[in-house]
Design a protein around this ligand. Structure first.
Ligand code: AHR
Length: 656
């Protein structure tokens, strides 16, 4: 097939720099067991097991989760928990180990086991004390052994050691061993806050491979920490930023909202992930560091006194002092991020190692909130807005249009925000849509008719295939192409859509509560899905403004957008072909003097729509980037070959 694309001189929408960003939530074990470089699970003996369903949640302390006596075939040793004279009042539980002659150690399962890379150095640490054992403590991981200390003291002391792995180790236990010759009958050892972190961890706390993949997208912003975990299944497990800052020992662990996902509707119902906790080894400070490292503007989302509206009816009335505290927490967060080093919260940031401001500009008021008689979300939003803007008028606020773009909640929300509000009332309204690929394709013009007075944040979206499928098999090329097609409309309407992020961002293979997701990983490696490549291709190829363009005639199954990059003087042509046929697109850009002799091309696809990437085949569908250099003849000039089932970006120089 052959189609003619006419590119005119008329300028379209201005494009907000950095409009493509990421939405990060601790779902699918993507924090502990994911981007956190900490390899140990339940390293501080604080985990709980979570049970229940809507309005009926409960937890049971299970501090020994993930720990066993070692050697596993031996016997006689005893593991128990104590809170007497702890290292930390915030996280008071610690392990009491009573070794036996045949069982002189204990071990942590570390998710799928510890993974060590050959020649990489690792930092190990733990707090220990004993008044009945004064021998050595070693850590053994497969064939690697590291001496943590030669002698345990009677008072709590943090022991630290570094070792370099002489070979790769995988799926190994993290074993803590005591010297059998020194073990006397009745001896007891106390231990807490274990840690095993690779030396190449980004900012000392993030797994490098995952973070570098994320950074390669050059996301303009990062919305975090959720998502539903901001709200909690009940208010008691909502995300409270103050519990996540300070030293590791000062943070207060929490159970994860996704621990009870898809539980049956019955009391004490339990599921596969009932031990999904949040250690807060990665907390607000680290998220700000991460934003800085990947070059994304931070966009933290705040609880407005509502637990997850799907999971709970719990709320705090806007007329109470308790509600005022929710507002105060946001004001304090702004001070923590931006405040001077002599302010209360700014000084904490400085003590943690970052005297400079994190330059927080945007805040989300509520996650996926919607208005009901009980929730009174609009009133809550107005109260937060007033208090924040009174003190910080320059902060841009994000509102919520609820859980989808089809319901009355969505229409009511837009009515609320559009209804004669002052300029600064809302910067953009967050819309979420998890829909079929067909919906994305038929709605590529979704924003064409949006009123322009209030801006949109397409904060969570993904094409969900209807077919059964597990894990990254749900991240098909076909779904990604539907997203790419839809995003041509988002780019075309960049004057109204100012921010966009796919959701969710991460998933650990075998630990997912939700798929599809953008990036998958296991203990050892990570890969981007076709949707990741689509997001990256957009993020790296946005111009400064849209250029008006159109196909000359019928173009079913072909989607396009064109923008201009003022820096590089290039026209950026994006073309999506969801058909089974290859297509020749003949560009008619008579108003431009285009240099067709060297075209920068990025092409994704050329595979079956059902194809997907996996740990075994991480690059099956990958964006292929190349310079097309050729002698231009009348036959080749302005002709772009767009294969079946592909998304392509062409950057063409405009001569002066
Ligand atoms: O992205 C997964 C979930 O989808 C988010 O936590 C929530 O905001 C939405 O319902």
């Amino acid at each position: 097939m052959e189609k003619r694309l006419i590119i005119g001189r008329e300028k379209g929408a201005d494009i907000t720099p950095g409009m493509f960003g990421v939405f990060y939530e601790d779902i699918n074990y993507c924090c502990d067991g994911g981007i956190s470089a900490q390899q140990l699970e339940n390293a501080a003996f604080e985990f709980v097991e979570a049970f229940g369903y809507k309005d009926n949640y409960s937890t049971k302390y299970d501090g020994l989760y993930g720990w066993i006596a070692y050697p596993t075939r031996g016997d006689g040793a005893k593991l128990s928990i104590s809170e007497d004279s702890p290292v930390s009042e915030a996280e008071p539980h610690y392990l009491v180990f009573e070794p036996a002659k045949g069982q002189c150690g204990f071990a942590n399962k570390a998710y799928d086991g510890v993974y060590l890379r050959e020649k990489m150095s690792y930092h190990v640490s733990a707090y220990l004390r004993s008044d009945s054992y004064s021998g050595s403590v070693k850590v053994r991981i497969g064939n690697q052994v590291c001496v943590l200390t030669d002698r345990v003291t009677t008072e709590w002391k943090k022991y630290e050691a570094v070792f370099t792995a002489s070979s790769m180790e995988r799926h190994e236990l993290f074993v803590v061993e005591f010297d059998e010759d020194e073990v006397k009958p009745g001896c007891r050892l106390c231990a807490d806050f274990f840690s095993l972190v690779a030396d190449d961890a980004v900012c000392g706390v993030f797994r490098r491979d995952i973070v570098e993949l994320l950074k390669s997208m050059k996301p303009g912003f990062m919305r975090f920490p959720g998502g539903c975990i901001v709200e909690g299944n009940e208010l008691s497990n909502r995300y409270q930023w103050k519990n996540t800052v300070g030293s590791r020992e000062e943070r207060v662990r929490n159970w994860n909202r996704w621990a009870v996902h898809n539980n049956e509707d019955k009391p004490f119902a339990t599921g596969r992930f009932s031990h999904y906790n949040q250690s807060y080894d990665i907390g607000y400070y680290e998220y700000f560091l991460l934003c800085e490292y990947i070059g994304a503007k931070p966009l933290p989302v705040q609880n407005v006194g509502l637990a997850c509206q799907y999971q709970s009816t719990q709320l705090v009335s806007p007329d109470t002092a308790e509600f005022e505290q929710y507002i105060q927490d946001v004001l304090d967060l702004i001070e923590f991020a931006n405040g001077p080093v002599d302010s209360r919260w700014g000084s904490l940031r400085a003590r943690m190692g970052h005297p400079e401001s994190f330059e927080l500009e945007m805040i989300g008021i509520g996650n996926e909130q919607w208005e009901t008689k009980d929730s009174e979300f609009f009133r809550r939003y107005s109260l937060f807005e007033k208090a924040i803007h009174e003190k910080y008028p320059q902060i841009k606020l994000i509102g919520s249009a609820g859980p989808d773009v089809k319901s009355d909640y969505y229409r009511a929300a837009w009515g609320f925000y559009r209804d004669n509000k002052p300029d600064n009332f809302v910067y953009a309204v967050d819309e979420h849509y998890y829909c079929s690929p067909a919906w994305f394709l038929t709605n590529a013009d979704f924003y064409d008719k949006y009123p322009r007075n209030v801006k949109v944040f397409a904060g969570e979206y993904a094409a969900h295939i209807q077919e059964e499928g597990e894990g990254s098999a749900r991240n098909t090329l076909g779904a990604a192409l539907a997203e790419a097609a839809f995003l041509t409309g988002v780019e075309r309407n960049a004057d109204v859509v100012v921010l966009a992020s796919y959701a969710p961002l991460f998933a650990r293979v075998g630990y997912e509560q939700w798929s599809p997701d953008m990036i998958w990983f296991d203990d050892a490696s990570c890969f981007g899905t076709p949707s990741f490549h689509v997001q990256r291709m957009y993020s790296l190829n946005m111009g400064d403004y849209v250029v008006k363009s159109s196909f000359e005639d019928d173009h079913v199954g072909l989607y396009h957008t064109v923008s201009y990059d003022e820096n590089t003087h290039e026209l950026i042509i994006k073309l999506v072909n969801i058909t089974d046929e290859d297509c020749e697109v003949c560009v008619d850009a008579a108003d431009y003097n285009l240099d067709y002799s060297r075209i920068h091309c990025v092409v994704l696809g050329e595979d079956a729509p059902e194809a997907y990437n996996s740990i075994e085949e991480p690059q099956r569908i990958s964006a292929y980037e190349f310079e097309l250099e050729h002698k231009v003849t009348p036959d080749t000039e302005g002709r772009f070959s767009v294969k079946a089932h592909t998304f392509s970006v062409f950057r063409v120089k405009v001569r002066n």
